[in-house]
Ligand binder design. Structure first.
Ligand code: FAD
Length: 455
C-alpha cells in the first residue's frame, strides 16, 4: 500500500519549503510531507564557506519589498537577523564604453545620466505617444518601441542581471506582466505609473533593501527545512491520479495524497506532467558559474553592489558583485570579496573552460575595470548545477495550460522556478498563493461527485 499523507509537496527548494511554511503557520495541525531527491534542502540556494570567505553558488539576495517574503521572514524570526543593503544608499554600475558608470537607481534619474544623449533622453518621453503593441514581444523589441534604442544596453544589463538571459529572446509579457498590463491600460508606461502613484498616494523615492543572512542565503532554507518534515534522497519518478488520490511513485516506494504540490523547476514539473500534453516539453535554461575572488586591502573597488556588462561591451564576465560592500562577514579582516558571473544564455561555451582558465580570464577582465592586485589571494569557481529558466516567447501559452490543468485536476498545485518568475520573491509569492488556494479550498476542491440513480 502506498504511504498516505494529507498533503505532499515535491521539492524541498525555496518554493516547496515556503508552501510548507505558509500552510503549517496557518494550520499547525495539517500533516505535510516533502519529498526531495537530494540529501540537502534548498535546491539552487546554496552558500559556500572557505578560509573566512562566504560566497554563493546561487542567489545572493532578494529585495525586501514583497509582502509574502516579508511575512515569511517575520514568522520564522529571520527578520531579526537579516542583513540589509538598502538600494537607497548603495549604487550599481554598468559597463559603458569600457568603464564603469553609475546606473540610475530610479528611472527619472536617467535624465541626468551620461548613459543617454540629449536625444536619447527626449526619446524616453516617446512612451507617452506610441501605442501599445498587442502581440507578445521580446524585451528588446518592447523597450525599443516604448523608450527608443538608446535604452537597449541598460535593458540588456537588467536582463543579464536577473535571468543571465538574452533580452532579444525573453518575453516581455512573461517577464514583466504587471508593467505590460499598466502599459495596455493607460496607453503608456509613464502615464500608468503616474496614475498608480496618484491612486495609491505612493511616495516616489522609497527604495527597498537587498536582503541576506549572516550564514548566507542558505540560512533561509535550512531554517525552513528544520521546521518541516522532509524525506531526502526520494526522487519522484511519476505521478498519477487514481480513485480520488494522487499517487506519487519514487525509487523507494509509492506515496499518496489528496493534495499534491509540485514545487519544482518548471522543466521538472513538465516532465512529470508530460502525459497532460503541455504546449512545450521544456523551456531553455541559462547556466552560470560564480568566480569568487578574494583580495587584500590594496584592491580598490568603488562603493556599491557591483556592475553589469551589456553584451555590446563584449566583456568576458556578465558582471560582478562587490560582496564585501553589500553584507558584513563575507571575507576575512580587511579583505575584499568579489563574485564575478560568467556564462548565461549567450555564452554557455565559456563554462567549458577549466577552473584555472576561468579564473585567469575573469581576473584579466575585471582588472581592466577595477584596480585589483594580481594574483588574487583567494579564488574558487562555483558551478551551479541549476539552470535559470528562460521565460522566452511562447511562455504565455505554458502559463495558460498550467491554469487549465490546475482547474481540471482536483488537488494538484504547481509553483516553482520558472513558472510566473525566477526570483526568490516570485517563489515566496507563488508559494503563498498556493497555500492560500489550498487553505480556502479553491482549486483543490473535488469535482462534484456523479451519483448513480437507482429506481
Ligand atoms: C545561479 C543562480 C543565481 C541566482 N541568483 C538569484 C538572486 O540573486 N536573487 C534571486 O531572487 N533569485 C536568484 N536565483 C533564483 C533562485 O535561486 C530561485 O528563485 C529559487 O531558488 C527557486 O526555488 P525552487 O524551490 O522553485 O527551485 P529549486 O531551487 O530548483 O528547488 C527545487 C527542489 O526540487 C528538487 N527536485 C527536483 N526534481 C525532483 C524530483 N523529481 N523529485 C524530488 N525532488 C526533486 C530539487 O532537488 C530541489 O531541491 C538564482 C538562481 C540561480 C540558479
Amino acid at each position: 500500500m502506498p504511504e498516505t499523507h494529507e498533503t505532499i509537496i515535491v521539492g524541498a527548494g525555496l518554493s516547496g519549503l515556503s508552501v510548507a511554511h505558509f500552510l503549517s503557520s496557518r494550520e499547525p495541525e495539517r500533516e505535510i510531507l516533502i519529498l526531495e531527491q537530494e540529501e540537502r534542502p534548498g535546491g539552487a540556494v546554496k552558500s559556500f564557506r572557505e578560509q573566512g570567505y562566504l560566497a554563493e553558488w546561487g542567489p545572493h539576495g532578494f529585495l525586501d519589498n514583497n509582502p509574502a517574503s516579508r511575512a515569511l521572514l517575520a514568522e520564522t524570526g529571520l527578520e531579526k537577523i537579516a542583513q540589509k543593503a538598502p538600494l537607497g544608499s548603495f549604487v550599481r554600475y554598468v559597463c559603458h564604453q569600457g568603464r564603469l558608470v553609475q546606473l540610475p537607481q530610479q528611472p527619472q534619474a536617467l535624465l541626468a545620466s551620461p548613459l543617454l544623449s540629449p536625444l536619447g533622453k527626449l526619446r524616453l518621453l516617446g512612451d507617452l505617444f506610441v501605442r501599445p503593441v498587442a502581440a507578445e514581444q521580446s524585451l528588446a523589441q518592447w523597450a525599443a518601441h516604448r523608450f527608443g534604442p538608446q535604452v537597449l544596453p541598460l535593458v540588456d544589463a537588467a536582463a543579464t542581471g536577473t535571468f543571465a538571459g538574452d533580452y532579444e529572446r525573453l518575453s516581455m509579457d512573461a517577464v514583466m506582466p504587471g508593467v505590460r498590463r499598466l502599459e495596455k491600460e493607460a496607453g503608456s508606461v509613464l502615464r500608468g505609473l503616474f496614475a498608480k502613484r496618484k491612486n495609491k498616494g505612493e511616495k516616489a523615492g522609497i527604495l527597498p533593501a537587498m536582503t541576506s543572512f549572516p550564514q548566507g542565503m542558505e540560512q533561509l532554507v535550512t531554517t525552513l527545512a528544520a521546521r518541516a518534515q522532509v524525506r531526502y534522497r526520494t526522487p519522484v519518478a511519476a505521478i498519477r491520479r487514481q480513485e480520488g488520490f494522487w499517487t506519487i511513485d519514487t525509487g523507494a516506494g509509492s506515496y499518496r495524497s489528496k493534495l499534491l504540490v509540485l514545487a519544482l523547476p518548471i522543466n521538472g514539473s513538465l516532465r512529470l506532467l508530460a502525459g497532460h500534453r503541455p504546449p512545450l516539453p521544456s523551456i531553455p535554461t541559462a547556466t552560470i558559474a560564480t568566480v569568487a575572488l578574494g583580495f587584500g586591502r590594496e584592491a580598490r573597488v568603488p562603493f556599491g553592489f557591483g556592475y553589469l556588462a551589456p553584451e555590446r561591451e563584449q566583456r568576458f564576465a556578465l558582471g560582478a558583485l562587490f560582496s564585501t560592500h553589500m553584507f558584513p562577514g563575507r571575507a576575512p579582516n580587511d579583505c575584499v570579496l568579489l563574485e564575478a558571473l560568467v556564462g548565461g544564455r549567450r555564452h554557455p561555451e565559456r563554462l567549458e573552460l577549466s577552473d584555472e582558465e576561468l579564473v585567469g580570464r575573469i581576473c584579466d577582465d575585471l582588472g581592466q575595470l577595477l584596480h585589483l592586485p594580481k594574483p588574487p589571494s583567494f579564488a574558487r569557481v562555483l558551478r551551479s548545477g541549476n539552470g535559470i529558466p528562460q521565460l522566452e516567447k511562447g511562455h504565455l501559452a505554458l502559463l495558460a495550460w498550467k491554469e487549465r490543468l490546475e482547474a481540471s485536476e482536483p488537488g494538484l498545485f504547481l509553483c516553482g522556478f520558472g513558472w510566473e518568475g525566477i526570483g526568490m520573491n516570485d517563489m515566496m509569492k507563488g508559494a503563498s498563493a498556493v497555500a492560500e488556494k489550498i487553505l480556502s479550498g479553491a482549486g483543490g476542491r473535488e469535482q462534484a461527485e456523479v451519483k448513480p440513480v437507482y429506481f
